[in-house]
Design a protein around this ligand. Structure first.
Ligand code: DLZ
Length: 159
């Protein structure tokens, strides 16, 4: 995941949106950075009190995102999967990715995709929005979810 080519739009106004943040718990330092980045960006967008839910691992993200999606305008899914010496990495990444895309489509609710898939912890830390990080993927996922919720709202304005 690289930030090259990322949009540089102006500030987003998400006031009035109901947003949930669903975050896995593996790799605590990185996860703390991702969650903090998402909450920071949501506050900047006018969403100061999102629902925050922790799940055990990234594999569990889709089922919980699917459970909260109907009551929210957008969901931010956060997780970190670090490549190990077994194929487990591929299974967890694949299940989380396809599962999150499926629940977004099923419910028509945007899911910000803040799942880091990294070779090692150091690579994840550079993307975690911490002091010394180069990227802030939690914030990016939150902003994408809010922007997409606004797009959907503009396509289907309240009558
Ligand atoms: C089992 C596992 C492994 C090996 N690695 C990670 C990881 O790097 N990041 C993560 O979020 N979760 C990992 N898990 C846990 C799985 O996501 C899941 O929680 C367990 O397989 C139990 O269903």
């Amino acid at each position: 995941m690289s930030a090259e080519g990322a949009p540089t739009d102006s500030a987003v106004d998400g006031r009035g949106l109901a947003v949930a943040v669903v975050a896995a718990s593996w790799h605590q330092q990185v996860m703390d950075g991702l969650v903090a980045g998402a909450l920071r960006r949501l506050a900047q967008a006018g969403v100061p009190e999102p629902t925050v839910i922790r799940v055990p691992g990234s594999f569990e993200l889709p089922v919980v995102v699917g459970a909260v999606a109907p009551a929210h305008d957008a969901v931010v899914a956060l997780g970190v999967v670090i490549r190990g010496g077994t194929p487990h990495f591929d299974y967890v990444c694949s299940a989380a990715t396809t599962g999150l895309a499926a629940v977004a489509r099923e419910h028509g609710v945007p899911v910000g995709f803040g799942l880091l898939t990294c070779d090692d912890e150091e690579q994840a830390l550079t993307r975690a929005g911490l002091a010394g990080s180069v990227e802030d993927k939690g914030a990016e996922a939150a902003e994408a979810a809010v922007r997409t919720a606004l797009v959907l709202r503009s396509l289907d304005p309240p009558g």
